[in-house]
Design a protein around this ligand. Structure first.
Ligand SMILES: [Zn+2]
Length: 228
């Protein structure tokens, strides 16, 4: 089930406090509206009742979609440099619910789920878009490496990241945003889907990188560069 905890927040605009329902877990099968809010970039948006200022809480939740076959643990962007420890804790949590410690039915369910760890709403949204479009997210990360290699002049700012934000209706173009380290968009790219298909068609050429990217649930190029 989807779980919300009433939590006292301090408004970053006026400093006054108010209660907000922080989301701890999303069950997308039962609450497709929550999945849609994540895709719409509106989920966990808070409006202060004192000054009407708005801000968005960073994710700290588990996301389950049995129908589409994935489970994602989402964490704040600021924790990405700690990804090794966070990934390990998330995997332990998954194992408790769906692994060796769980009932036979839960283990069977767990075996049917692709598990992922992400940092930021942008990264969670990206996974949902990729899974919906049937894109291999490991190949998507490899595509980002190709794109970043071609973006060396001028070099990307430190901590910049690429995120899939959409797929064209005919499926031939991938919309990819370049974000700075705080998540602000610097530019957006339209990338031919063919580039991704070329990567998928050459598993041997990408074997070593692919193995590094899928070594844990944090399937992201950042695992090659952050928190070393
Ligand atoms: Zn306020």
């Amino acid at each position: 089930m989807s779980l919300f905890n009433p939590t006292d927040l301090s408004c970053p605009h006026c400093g006054q406090s108010f209660s907000f329902d922080l989301c701890a877990s999303v069950n997308a099968d039962r609450r497709p509206d929550l999945r849609q809010a994540i895709l719409d970039d509106t989920f966990q948006q808070a409006t202060c009742p004192h000054c009407q200022g708005s801000f968005r809480m960073e994710p700290q939740l588990s996301y389950l979609d049995v129908g589409r076959g994935h489970w994602v643990a989402a964490f704040p962007r600021t924790q990405v440099d700690d990804w090794k420890a966070v990934e390990a804790r998330a995997q332990e949590g998954f194992n408790r619910s769906y692994g060796t410690g769980a009932s036979a039915a839960e283990r069977e369910l767990g075996a049917s789920l692709t598990t992922r760890v992400v940092f930021s709403w942008d990264a969670l949204r990206e996974k949902l878009i990729a899974f919906e479009a049937g894109l291999d997210d490991v190949a998507l990360e490899e595509l980002k490496l190709l794109l970043m290699r071609d973006m060396q002049e001028p070099p990307l700012p430190l901590g910049a990241e690429l995120r899939l934000t959409g797929v064209s209706a005919d499926g031939t173009e991938l919309a990819i945003s370049v974000l700075d380290r705080t998540g602000q968009e610097l530019e957006s790219l339209d990338v031919p889907r063919d580039l991704l298909d070329e990567i998928t068609a050459d598993p041997e050429g990408w074997a070593e990188l692919g193995a590094s990217l899928r070594a844990g649930a944090f399937v992201d190029v950042q695992r090659l560069s952050r928190g070393q």
